[in-house]
Ligand binder design. Structure first.
Ligand code: 13P
Ligand code: SF4
Length: 342
């Protein structure tokens, strides 16, 4: 039996200000009352099984505020996965993030409860294509975004996340860089290097995230007209025009930090709705303007699936990696920590 059970009122307090996506993320006291029993059952099982729940900011608010132990962007969650003492990690996000936790923790059980097994960026490139690119671009350092499968990482030299991509590319002692799979991040990286006098030959692949590629400069211009004081905050997976017209660009965790530390009262968030929900829950004095987009992969996580994965995991919930792939992928993440934290 849990020492402290979450009450309906406590949950409602966290969720009451969230109003997004029609009825998708709107919480009444009644809805919280229905959610609380399953939340307490999950929290009880976590204790019993020495498990922790790592949750990306894009997932549904009842998971973030009801059962998660760690919340953040893919970089922070990788660090959390490395430091936790728990023997089971339930990674509530998308497959590549769970795989990253397993790459870092081969001895732990890593479970991914998501119904949909994908991410449009990670799915945009396969190992055969990376092998072909390596033949085409000898002498290049291959840098992969963390949104790639373990098998793709294993064929690259360094992994990066949106929180450290610019810093890592700047520090790598090679002036020939091949970045994959996101073409917008690749273009943004090239523009950043040009603006900062970093003389590197940067090539990149053609993948995109279906959530971020939809944002356009029109979204910004409309908001600037109606809310001239609003700050425009975007993710580096957006296109270059969006990036050039933003007040701040960063990983989801950095976007949240910017909002926390900026005195402005209005924000346009050009990223997935989960971050907007966190803004509504955690900064009640700030207003969200414009609209956001849902990622179907992140939103395919539910409390029911988390409960199932903890109680009686399906074979598809378990992350299993062959040791050779894991070790090669591990080296690329180790290289990221080395460059990002030096
Ligand atoms: P972050 O690492 O910034 O959270 O981004 C992950 C992601 O999938 C964005 O679409
Ligand atoms: Fe992948 Fe885009 Fe969803 Fe992020 S938002 S998990 S990059 S599909």
């Amino acid at each position: 039996m849990l020492k402290t059970q979450l009450t309906t009122e406590q949950l409602y307090e966290k969720l009451k200000n969230i109003k997004l996506g029609g009825q998708v993320c709107v919480y009444s006291l009644r809805k919280c009352e229905e959610l609380v029993p399953i939340i307490n059952e999950i929290n009880e099982l976590k204790e019993e099984k020495n498990a922790v729940i790592l949750a990306h900011s894009y997932i549904s608010p009842e998971i973030i505020y009801g059962v998660s132990d760690f919340v953040g962007d893919s970089y922070k969650l990788s660090r959390d996965a490395l430091t936790t003492k728990a023997t089971t990690i339930v990674f509530v996000a998308v497959r590549f993030m769970g795989e990253t936790a397993k790459i870092l923790n081969p001895e732990k059980e890593v479970l991914i409860p998501a119904k949909l097994d994908g991410c449009s960026l990670a799915d945009s490139i396969d190992p055969e294509t990376v092998q072909e690119l390596r033949r085409q671009y000898p002498g290049y350092t291959f840098i992969c975004y963390i949104n790639t499968t373990a098998h793709v990482k294993a064929l690259c030299d360094i992994t990066v996340t949106s929180a450290n991509v610019y810093k890592v590319v700047e520090k790598v002692p090679n002036d020939k860089i091949y970045f994959l799979p996101d073409k917008f991040m690749g273009q943004n990286l090239k523009n950043y290097a040009d603006r900062h006098g970093i003389k590197k030959d940067i090539k990149y692949y053609s993948g995109t995230c279906y959530v971020h590629e939809d944002y356009d400069i029109e979204d910004i211009l409309k908001v600037r007209l109606e809310y001239p004081d609003a700050k425009i905050v975007s993710h580096p997976e957006c296109n270059t025009k969006v990036i050039d017209h933003s007040d701040f660009v960063g990983s989801t965790e950095q976007m949240l930090k910017f909002m926390r530390e900026t005195p402005s009262k209005q924000f346009l968030m050009l990223t997935e709705c989960g971050l907007s929900a966190r803004l509504q829950s955690e900064f009640s004095d700030k207003q969200l303007v414009g609209s956001c987009t849902l990622c179907k992969y992140m939103k395919s996580n539910s409390l029911q699936d988390i409960l199932r994965a903890l109680k009686d995991p399906l074979p598809k919930d378990r992350v299993v990696l062959d040791e050779q792939t894991r070790l090669k992928a591990f080296k690329t993440i180790e290289a990221m920590f080395k460059y990002a934290e030096s």
